[in-house]
Ligand binder design. Sequence first.
Ligand code: F0G
Length: 343
Amino acid sequence: MKGVWKYKEIVHPVLNNNQIITKMEGDTNIYHHPKLSEYSGIKNIYMKHEGENPTGSFKDRGMTVAVSEAIRQGFKKTLCASTGNTSASAASYSAYAGIDSYVFIPSKKISKNKLLQAYSYGANIVNIDGDFDTAMSNLRETLKKRSDFYVLNSLNPWRIEGQKTIIYEIMEKMRPDFISFPAGNLGNTSAFGKALIEMREMDMIDYVPRLIAVQAEGASPFYNYINNHEETLHPVRAETVASAIKIGNPVNYIKAKRSIEFSHGIVERVSDAEILEAKKIIDRAGIGCESASATSLAGVKKLREKGFLDASDTVVGILTGNLLKELNTDVQINMLTIDQVMS
Ligand code: F0G
């Protein structure tokens, strides 16, 4: 097997092969480009592109495992709350498995492409009047009353198991000093730490790369929680241009803290302007990503400037979503006339 299921024995060992619902996710490319090095001040910076997964985001790695488990348990309906990518992935994998999906979405606040994706795959869309955090609490309330829905959010441990494979793929190919990625609901932060803890226990690696979780400034409760050494996470009202990570009350913060502690990691935050600037660099290098993903590069640049990272460090950034995920972003497209080209 390739991709996620190459690691079946450390992802979901008890599943029978004929129970696996897969669209061949994983095995994503790692890119290197002088523009990224120049911008970040880190010569050996690489970007692993999770936007190359079947529905255009890293969510597919967790979804293949969680939906396989839903089928194993005999569920006929799935449910998730989402800022867009989870719903697109959940809708696709549920449809592929032949079961119904229900998605709670703050439809006015997410990217239209993601909404259309979920709708096209046949999801039952429930519009939430509020933000992602409202959708998440609506989901918890629903679960108190209904037991026939299988939850596909990253509070489902099988999602985390699948997302561990991002780290396996990196560590098989290289020896990074740091791994940088966007942090919203903190599923990846949790998964990456769990992968490293287990790899260390199994002697699969002889050192632990440091994790860098990057939040958007307007949605950075985890940044505050870790860096201010708070007893508990204080939710915030989230606001950022990066709608995928517009999350003020992340569910996985305790597991995520363990990841940061284990890897001697760093939690950074970046402004919307820094996110959009970094996105432009990634896009213009011909690689491309959605805005939330660009926090990984913006965070590295900021930490290099602060002196936390050395110019000679090897850094892998995770691009969590595809460029095509956000075509509704307001951009002024400067076009040329034919005359300008001919003259
Ligand atoms: N990047 C993208 C493109 C995302 O869609 C998300 C989360 C994240 C980063 C943050 O990852 O939650 O593991 O910290 N999107 C979720 C969704 C919340 O509903 O699609 P995280």
